[in-house]
Ligand binder design. Structure first.
Ligand SMILES: O=c1ccn([C@@H]2O[C@H](COP(=O)(O)OP(=O)(O)O[C@H]3O[C@H](CO)[C@@H](O)[C@H](O)[C@H]3O)[C@@H](O)[C@H]2O)c(=O)[nH]1
Length: 211
């Protein structure tokens, strides 16, 4: 996964299918203001719990934006990045199974497809429960994300997951203790807030009661 050998930046092409930057102007309290925005796709994310193995199912992947963010925080810019000093592994995240809403299907159907493509579980939409809907990137994109929960079992496993086309996604099973450690006070990890919130929701609402 971290077999990344060369990294460089370039200007955003105007026809990017993923990100469109623009400036919004508005008048608030009689004062003209503006705000620079990014239009990005809405998305779904799915908390997956494998009850056969009592494990949470997450995904690991190299995230260019996280790699960039880590280096920008550390060295203040992204010039002359030294791959020895900043190995690509620093841009690898642990996240909920997720996907962008870029097709005209219902959101829960898109969630079902992501569970199959990324994690290899074939479940009907009736078993996917909506948890909550929120806005991410409130400073830059305001994109909507719907979070779902689905309990799976080994019997639902249809393939090994890993994504489609040239996606490189590793399926990771976390014990509940390992997941709890991600939420401990002082924990530092690369996971997005949606993943951490999803884990908190799981522990508050779904985790098996242990005596
Ligand atoms: O610049 C880009 C952007 C996306 N892709 C492709 O598009 C896919 C989109 O992936 P998908 O699995 O549909 O969505 P995610 O990348 O998982 O991202 C969603 O899930 C994340 C975790 O919740 C959120 O942070 C994001 O905002 C949300 O879009 C990627 O894998 C790539 O194949 C590119 O090739 N280039």
């Amino acid at each position: 996964m971290e077999n990344v050998s060369k990294i460089w930046l370039g200007p955003l092409p105007a026809d990017s299918p993923y990100v469109k930057p623009f400036r919004m102007y508005y008048i608030q309290n009689g004062v003209e203001k503006n705000w620079d925005l990014l239009k990005v796709h809405d998305s779904v994310a799915i908390i997956l719990y494998n009850s056969t193995r009592q494990k949470l199912v997450l995904v690991r992947q190299f995230r260019p934006a996280v790699y960039h963010g880590v280096i920008a925080s550390e060295q203040g810019n992204f010039d002359n990045v030294d791959l020895q000093a900043f190995p690509p592994s620093i841009g690898v995240t642990l996240e909920l199974c997720a996907g962008i809403v870029d097709k005209s299907k219902s959101w829960v159907e898109i969630a079902r497809e992501e569970v199959l493509e990324e994690c290899g579980f074939d479940v009907p939409v009736e078993r996917i429960e909506e948890v909550m809907v929120y806005r991410s990137g409130v400073g830059a994109s305001g994109a909507k994300q719907a979070m779902y929960y689905c309990e799976v079992s080994d019997a639902d496993k249809a393939n090994s997951g890993g994504g489609v086309d040239d996606e490189i996604i590793e399926v990771v099973e976390l014990s509940l203790d390992e997941a709890k450690r991600m939420l401990q006070k002082g924990a530092v990890n690369n996971s997005p807030p949606s993943c951490l919130m999803g884990l908190l929701w799981f522990f508050a609402n779904k985790a098996p009661v242990t005596v």
